[in-house]
Design a protein around this ligand. Structure first.
Ligand code: E4P
Length: 215
């Protein structure tokens, strides 16, 4: 299972990279806006920092506009992946971009049929959003289960990025279901290694070690 980090913040990416936990990065317009920097400059910086796919999202809503933005963004670095919103215009753009060999990540997926359409259009990745479904009392992880099954049924190469992750349980469930990738906010990545029994156990080992006469 691959771990992407869901952020446009360079310090967060650097820290998670030191832990060996960054196989790729996903950004979106809201994450970029938080950084208050030039969009293209930041994407270039992230691409230099990370040896893996970096998703940059288009903001056009018509297929032609998305395609033009995608061509420009993909010229920034070899590892740029174009994030396309899940609309019929987005599906049209995804089809064209996939024929041009430009990698895409179809985002804002909230139903298994949306994921199926994106895969049929040749998307490299789909991003089903689990947290936002949970937020409205739907079962986010049930969506992942269905998408995994559909892609398995038909042997699609499209990889599933579990997105909108809010807590470590989402990561655990994604791994159990066999999702290809989880894109995880820095805060949740930092929580993954934590267990109170590990802390208590280590404290005791170190205390007992002090009693060893010859080290
Ligand atoms: C994924 O690619 C999205 O950027 C992200 O996971 C959305 O998460 P949010 O629902 O916490 O905004």
């Amino acid at each position: 299972m691959k771990f992407f980090i869901d952020t446009a913040n360079l310090d967060e990416i650097k820290k998670a990279k030191e832990w060996g936990l960054v196989d790729g990065v996903t950004t979106n317009p809201s994450l970029i806006a938080k950084e208050n920097v030039s969009f293209k400059e930041r994407i270039k910086e992230i691409c230099e920092l990370v040896n893996g796919p970096v998703s940059a999202e288009v903001v056009s809503t018509d297929a032609q506009g998305m395609i033009e933005e995608a061509r420009e963004l993909s010229s920034l670095a070899d590892n740029v992946v174009i994030k396309i919103p899940m609309t019929m215009e987005g599906i049209k753009a995804t089809k064209t971009l996939s024929q041009e060999g430009i990698r895409t990540n179809v985002t804002l997926i909230f139903s298994p049929l949306q994921a199926l359409l994106a895969a049929k259009a040749g998307a490299t990745y789909v991003s089903p959003f689990v947290g936002r479904l949970d937020d409205i009392s739907h079962d986010g992880m049930a969506l992942i289960e269905q998408v995994v099954q559909i892609f398995d049924n038909y042997g699609f190469d499209t990889e599933i990025i579990v997105a909108s992750i809010r807590n470590p349980i989402h990561v655990l469930d994604a791994a159990i279901m066999g999702a290809d990738i989880a894109t995880i906010p820095f805060k949740v990545i930092s929580q993954l290694a934590k267990h109170p029994l590990t802390d208590i156990g280590l404290e005791k080992f170190l205390k007992d070690w002090e009693k060893v006469p010859e080290k």
